[in-house]
Design a protein around this ligand. Structure first.
Ligand code: ADP
Length: 263
């Protein structure tokens, strides 16, 4: 069965105008940090945003948001956890930490299907889905069960990370999931003294790869503790003033994503 036929057959409701997958082909590149900050920037721009942490094996949203409330159930659907207006759902809210590490195949597919089908998001402009690193059951299940507008691939400039990105690009293309672009995290460091950008892992390496695959690099993010300060103490980037390099980077990425999805 083709993906479109499977989707019709499964009748997963359309709950968001656009669904954006946040993918990384390697772990630890800042995918979850990026997904949260992207969602917050869209929320700051007055979009109705949902953030689904579908990183079944290592959900980090509860930790990033410093919340472990249990979602209520209404009419057989989970109600998202609302954090300052941002609607969120994570497998981490539903099962104890570490439980899903050993799940494979059918268990993973079942869990992802439930997260896609059984959450009462209400009307959303954008649903942002944080997926586990790599290209496995979760990505495949999502691409088969809902209409995804496109994926953003997060990488770091190091060669090892970029090798995996090639695999990710090939996989997404195989399942006909559009790639909106690459985002390079931890691209550079701004020195406190000289205020210059230092590209400690090499400059523009993602750009070369992107060009080869006819893709765009939508932004570069610095290594910065401001990006990772706890949600409860900073409300990450959106409390930054305009002109701040991180705020501007996220703002520009959001604009480019909106252009690409024609909003
Ligand atoms: P992933 O979801 O890809 O596994 P995370 O978002 O969990 O990655 O980030 C991995 C680690 O790197 C975390 O400790 C996070 O705080 C840190 N981190 C992510 N992005 C940055 C950045 N731009 N600057 C500094 N630390 C970062």
């Amino acid at each position: 069965m083709e993906n479109n036929e499977i989707k019709k057959f499964l009748k997963v409701p359309k709950f968001a105008k656009h669904v954006i997958l946040i993918a990384s082909c390697k772990g630890g590149v800042g995918k979850s940090t990026f997904a949260l900050n992207l969602a917050l920037t869209f929320q700051h721009l007055k979009f109705k945003v949902g953030l689904l942490d579908a990183d079944i094996y290592g959900p980090s949203l509860p930790k990033l948001l410093n919340t472990n409330k249990e979602p209520k159930v209404e009419n057989k659907n989970f109600l998202p956890i609302d954090v300052n207006g941002l609607k969120t759902m994570s497998i981490g809210y539903l099962i104890p930490d570490g439980t899903a590490n050993i799940w494979r195949g059918p268990m993973v597919i079942k869990a992802v299907t439930q997260l896609l089908r059984d959450v009462a998001w209400g009307e959303l402009d954008l649903l942002i889905i944080d997926t586990p690193p790599g290209t496995g059951d979760v990505q495949l299940t999502i691409s088969q069960k809902i209409d995804v507008t496109g994926a953003l691939i997060i990488t770091t400039p190091q060669e090892l990370s970029l090798i995996d990105v090639k695999r990710g690009i090939n996989m997404f293309r195989k399942v006909n999931l559009p790639i909106l672009g690459l985002v390079e995290n931890m691209s550079y460091y701004v020195c406190d003294e000289c205020r210059k950008k230092h590209y400690i892992f090499g400059k523009k390496s993602s750009l070369k790869l992107a060009k080869k695959y006819d893709l765009e690099v939508l932004g570069e993010l610095p290594i910065s503790e401001n990006l990772i300060k706890k949600y409860d103490t900073l409300h990450p980037i959106i409390k930054q003033k305009q002109g701040d390099i991180i705020f501007e980077s996220f703002f520009n990425i959001c604009q480019k994503v909106l252009n690409k999805v024609n909003v």
